[in-house]
Every structure is written in C-alpha cells, then in structure tokens.
Design a protein around this ligand. Structure first.
Ligand SMILES: Nc1ncnc2c1ncn2[C@@H]1O[C@H](COP(=O)(O)OP(=O)(O)OP(=O)(O)O)[C@@H](O)[C@H]1O
Ligand SMILES: [Mg+2]
Length: 330
C-alpha cells in the first residue's frame, strides 16, 4: 500500500469503486462550475447591454453638446458682428447728428433769404422764378433729411402732457403738403392721451409722408382711425391703398437707414419706433402688395403712475416709486 503523502500515491492503482466516486465528485464539481460560469456569463451580458446603452446615451449627449457648442459659436459670431456694426453705427450716428445740427442754422438762413427774394417776384423774370422754385424744393428736401437725422438721434427725455388725438392729427396734417390726388380721412371719434405731442406729431407726419410718397402721383386714400382697444390702450391705424410692401422687405423697414427711395434717409420709421417705444407703446405694420399698407400704433391712455395706482398693487407701487421711471414722472 502506497502512503497518501507519498509522491507515488496517485500512481497507485485505484479500485473501480474509488474511480467512480472520484468521477462523480469531478462531474458534480464541473456541473457547479458550469452553472457558475453560466451565471457569470449572464451577468456579463447584462453588464454589456447596460454598457451599450450607456455608450449610446453618451454618444447622444456628445452629439447634443457638439450641436450646442456650434450654436453658441454661431451666436458669439453673430453678436460680435452686431456689436461691431452697432459701434460703427454709433460713430456714424454721432457724426451725422453733428453735421445735421451744424447744417440746420445756415440752412434756415438760406431759406429765409430765398423767401425774401421770392417776395419781390414782381420784378423777376420767368427763368429766375423757375430757378428759385428749384432752390426751394432742394431746401425742403435738405431740411427734411436734416430733420430726420435729428429726430432719430434725439436723446431728450419725453415730456408728457394730455392732448386730444384729434388736435394732434390736425396739427400733423398742417405740416404735410397733401397733394390733390390724395384724400385723407381723419377719425370722427377722439381720445385724450398723455404724450410728448411734438414727438408724436413727428410720427404721424412720417407715416402720412410715407403713404403719400408710396402712392406717388396716383389717386389714393389715407384713412386714419382711432379705436379704444382696451381700457388703457388706444389703437391708431394709418391705412393707405398704395402699392404695399413686399414680404422680402417688410422685416427691414424699421431698420435704421433702410430705404427704397432715392432721396430717403431711411430714418423715418426707426424714429417713429423710438418715439412710440419711449411712450411705452408699440408700432406694427401689415401690408399686401397691390392693396396697401396699414401701420398700427398702440399707446397707453393713462400714465404709468395712473395705471399702477388704479390696480392698487402695493408691491408694484413700491417698485415704481423706487424706479427711475418715477423720477421721470415727478
Ligand atoms: N406706406 C408705405 N407704403 C409702402 N412702403 C412704405 C410705406 N412706408 C414705408 N415704406 C417703405 O419703408 C421704407 C422705410 O421708410 P422710412 O420712412 O424709414 O424711410 P424713407 O421714407 O425711405 O426715408 P425718409 O423717411 O427719410 O424720407 C421706405 O423707403 C419704403 O420702402
Ligand atoms: Mg419716410
């Protein structure tokens, strides 16, 4: 008999019984290991599936991040361009304002002199009269352009007083030469609004002039109407039946210096927008080519102070009293 601790122990001969016992133990061990391996495999597959899902999600997130980065890059580029443009426009604006301001006085001297010469028309030959009329038209066009620039750059604060819209519209009409081919219909109703009437007049003059210029020498009509849209808001519409504004241009008309007219400054509508917004109002446009254009102006019929004290909202009232707007009111 070979002792168990001897290196020759396994070399001894096993009995059949011993061999089958060993075999059964081995098979059981293998079965156990197989089951364990299977379980491990299953867990591995689960982990793999999870990993795949996480990878997918990560890829999606990366794609989104890349899109977001591209979007941000585009926005930064656009904002930088806008900033540069704004800086340039400010410089050009300041220069134009200075030139416009300096030109105004000599321009009115020339105008007055032409008026004096024209008052002696009796001793004037026909050719000189024609020349003087030309000078007059050129002067009108120059003072309109100078006025446009000054209206646009005017930074003076708004000084509001109550005024009837009807008298505001009539005063505006006096400042425009209405051609014979154009009929202007004013509203029959009326509303009182708190406003800086000289500035609001500039708005109506610009809108009426634009409508006249758009209709050129054709027969046309301008209809102005007033509607109390809500207790505190009045809607004023200036409607013409001119050529209308093409869809490709309509989004540009409030941009400074956008014009389709040869002698236009393109500052008329931006000035209107500035003035209306300074009154806490809004200006919009609807237009159909071949049918006409309507400008819609919405203005408050009460001051900020009145609207807040009407609401009786204590929090808003405190906010208002501590704001800059309050300082403007008092
Ligand atoms: N009622 C209208 N009908 C058709 N087009 C209009 C009308 N009002 C404005 N537009 C268009 O909008 C443009 C911009 O108007 P805006 O008043 O700002 O400048 P402008 O009239 O061209 O120049 P300016 O006011 O200095 O004489 C005009 O050139 C014109 O193309
Ligand atoms: Mg204009």
């Amino acid at each position: 008999m070979v002792p168990e601790n001897s290196p020759y122990f396994f070399m001894r001969e096993f009995s059949n019984e011993e061999l089958s016992k060993l075999l059964v133990t081995k098979v059981e061990q293998l079965k156990k290991e197989k089951a364990q391996t299977q379980e491990l495999n299953e867990r591995l597959e689960e982990h793999l599936a999870e990993l795949e899902e996480t990878t997918c999600k990560l890829e999606e997130t990366q794609e989104e991040l890349e899109k977001e980065r591209d979007n941000l890059e585009r926005q930064v580029k656009l904002k930088t361009e806008q900033l540069l443009k704004a800086e340039k426009l400010t410089a050009i604006g300041e220069m134009s304002a200075r030139i416009a301001h300096d030109i105004r006085n000599p321009l009115s001297t020339i105008k007055n002199s032409v008026e004096i010469i024209k008052s002696n028309q009796n001793n004037m030959d026909a050719k000189t009269k024609i020349q003087l009329d030309r000078i007059d038209r050129a002067l009108f066009s120059m003072s309109h352009q100078v006025g446009d620039v000054l209206d646009y750059v005017k930074e003076a604060p708004i000084s509001k007083k109550r005024k009837k819209l009807s008298s505001l519209l009539q005063d505006s009409m006096k400042k425009v030469a209405i051609p014979k081919n154009i009929k202007v219909t004013l509203p029959k109703n009326d509303v009182v609004i708190p406003c800086d009437f000289e500035r609001i007049e500039v708005v109506f003059v610009n809108l009426i002039m634009n409508a006249i210029q758009a209709m050129e020498f054709k027969k046309g009509e301008i209809i102005i109407s007033i509607t109390q849209e809500s207790p505190n808001i009045v809607l004023i519409t200036v409607k013409d039946n001119g050529p209308g504004i093409p869809k490709t241009l309509i989004h540009k008309i409030f941009d400074p210096m956008f014009t389709t007219r040869q002698i236009g400054t393109g500052l008329g509508l931006p000035s209107c927008k500035n003035i209306i917004e300074k009154h806490n109002g809004s200006i919009d446009v609807v237009s159909t080519v071949g049918k006409g254009t309507t400008f819609l102006i919405r203005l408050p019929t009460v001051t900020e102070w009145e609207s807040i004290s009407k609401i009786g909202d204590k929090e808003k009232l405190t906010d208002f009293i501590t704001s800059k707007a309050y300082l403007k009111v008092i």
